[in-house]
Design a protein around this ligand. Structure first.
Ligand code: GLU
Length: 469
């Protein structure tokens, strides 16, 4: 059997981190088995529908590298097909028309509460003849849930889960305005899309028993179910707004790389021995439903950050220049000059060693893009304004003017020489003022290399700025 999985997000305006993880698991499961991974947009709630929300899902999936097969399916556009199946279920005797008005249902529920009975719909139309239908009332279609017995789902994560039929009501399949309910639409779409494995959050486990009623009544194959535990915040409570970032866009804006977030989401609720750094190829080869952890996963920012630091070091320099550019442009408020980009590209090999996120990288790279005169941080200002440092910077500037060749090694050797002559051999007495003058900071990537990259003209200009300070 060829595997078909899917992700079926509702367009809420952003791509929830939990949805992203479910998508990743579904994608990996299909890709590892030569199967298909499909995207269905559950867009039946027209009041809350916005095309931008669909774009957010698609761009989030693309950013994470989760390509889907074929075109995305719109659930809303399939509403006629859903209605057709609801009517087919009536034909088969597995569903029925119910003509209760909302007021009638309210009375029924109030009575049930007063008598301490179940508030489920009392099935009053289940066996009534068609001739009883009141004229002019548009009915809903309800499923005929079994009146006795129980139902078991062999869940691949949770194991066998059984519910008593007492807990299944004659729920609505088709509303009186002809629109399908979520319960019906999901089942019909999964069947038509040929979905063999439904991997989703375990908040949907209860729905599965209802959906199985429809599937079985239609005589369709029951897909394999894997309900994965939800993501909790660091405090152990279900991830919610108060924990901060929920959408993957937020993580992108915080400067995480897609491969780091992907690796993090994979490990969040799935394991392969002690492996922490897992490439996409390894994940495709290794991913299986067996490795899914049964308890809720706790979000751990420190772990995400350390994975990101790892992937930043591995990332191609030119790609990092592209990725950090929007962060830098936001910082400076102007487009990067060709000169800044060239400096950044040359300095990236050192810059990326120190930054854990693109935001941190942009901060680190600030001195390659900031216009002169550079702003000084307090400590750097103190360093350069010290009279001994001013003296050293003046000598350094004079000798750098004629230094040949202009290389990291030659600059370092010159600084040693000046340290020997002026500071009892203490290189820091020369290097720290130089660092402060060139970067405005007291910490930076290796400074002699940075000086080589900035070039003689720029270095001398920055030294002069610092000396005049
Ligand atoms: N639309 C549902 C959600 O966003 C998913 C339904 C499903 O996976 O069956 O939670």
């Amino acid at each position: 059997m060829s595997v078909v999985t899917r992700i079926a997000p509702s367009p809420t305006g952003f791509m929830h981190i939990g949805t992203a993880r479910t998508a990743l698991f579904s994608w990996l499961y299909a890709r590892g088995r030569g199967g298909k991974f499909l995207l269905r947009i559950e867009d039946t709630d027209r009041e809350r529908y916005h095309p931008e929300a669909v774009d957010a899902i698609k761009s989030g999936m693309k950013w994470l590298g989760l390509n889907w097969d074929g075109d995305a399916v719109s659930q809303f556009e399939r509403r006629d097909r859903h209605a057709e199946i609801a009517r087919a279920l009536v034909e088969k005797g597995a569903a029925y028309y119910c003509y209760c008005s909302p007021e009638e249902l309210d009375v029924m529920r109030a009575q049930a509460v007063a008598e301490g009975r179940s508030q489920f719909y009392d099935r009053r139309w289940r066996d009534r003849p068609a001739g009883d239908a009141p004229p002019g009332v548009k009915p809903v279609i309800r499923i005929k849930a079994p009146l006795a017995g129980d139902s078991t789902v062999q869940d691949q994560v949770q194991g066998p889960v059984t519910v008593d039929s007492q807990n299944l009501d004659d729920f609505i399949l088709l509303r009186s305005d002809g629109t399908p309910t979520y319960m019906l639409a999901v089942v019909v779409d999964d069947y038509d899309m040929g979905v063999t494995h439904v991997i989703r959050g375990n908040d949907h486990l209860n729905n599965t028993f209802r959906q199985k009623l429809i599937i079985e009544a239609m005589g369709w194959p029951v897909p394999v179910y894997a309900h994965i535990p939800l993501i909790h915040g660091p405090d152990g409570a279900k991830l919610s707004k108060r924990h901060g970032a929920q959408g993957i866009e937020d993580y992108r804006d915080m400067g995480y790389l897609p491969e780091a977030l992907r690796n993090y989401l994979l490990r969040l609720g799935w394991g392969h021995g002690d492996d922490e750094i897992i490439s996409m190829d390894q994940a495709v080869a290794w991913f299986d439903l067996d490795g899914i952890v049964k308890s809720p996963a706790r979000f751990d920012f420190a772990k995400l950050e350390s994975l990101n630091a790892h992937y930043m070091k591995e990332a191609d320099d030119a790609r990092l220049v592209d990725l950090v550019t929007p962060f830098l442009e936001k910082q400076t408020g102007t487009p990067l000059s060709a000169q800044s980009r060239a400096w950044l590209a040359a300095g990236m090999a050192d810059l990326k060693q120190r930054a854990k996120t693109l935001v941190a990288l942009a901060d680190e790279a600030h001195f390659y893009v900031a216009p002169r005169p550079l702003p000084f941080e307090d400590k750097a200002r103190q360093t350069v304004s010290d009279p001994a440092a001013q003296h050293i910077l003046t000598i350094l500037a004079a000798r750098l003017e004629t230094l040949e060749p202009w290389t990291e090694q030659a600059i370092e050797a010159l600084c040693h020489d000046i340290a020997n002559q002026q500071a009892g051999g203490k290189l820091g007495k020369v290097a720290m003022p130089l660092r402060a003058a060139l970067t405005g900071r007291s910490a930076s990537p290796p400074i002699f290399k940075a000086a080589e990259i900035l070039g003689r003209r720029e270095v001398l200009a920055r030294l002069k700025d610092a000396i005049a300070n």
